[in-house]
Design a protein around this ligand. Sequence first.
Ligand code: CMP
Length: 144
Amino acid sequence: MIERSFVMMKPDAVSRRLMGQVLSRFEDKGLKIVAMKLRQIDEDLAKEHYGEHSEKPFFNGLVEYITSAPSLTMVIEGDDAISVIRKMVGATNPKEADMGTIRGDFGMDTGRNIIHASDAPESAKREIALFFDKEEICDYSMSD
Ligand code: CMP
């Protein structure tokens, strides 16, 4: 089934100049970037996006970090895109993430784990609506 996922390269990916390499992985895989925006996320948006973690000990640090510099926010579309992208992203802790995954190949620290991707259709819907207006999501065909 064609799905859309919300994907965000976090400030560590931007500051470490990893955007191009990570984006290439999604393009090479055959996924379709249908929206993309480089933006510095403010505190309210960060708290809303990560609301489910509000009671966790790392919550304040997470919000502080996510708001500290720009992130590259995206909507990526494709067949079973949510699970395919989660697989490409790898485990939350980059030290435990399989080699070949984005976190496994580029990271060492759970608090600086390079990328976020929606974990289920409901969260994808919520996150996409939080970060993008409907008109910002493009409809186009890709060549094979
Ligand atoms: P993400 O996939 O964006 O979803 C929640 C984020 O919380 C996660 O990636 C990590 O960046 C962060 N996170 C989860 N667990 C911890 C932790 N133990 N310490 C610091 N940050 C964490």
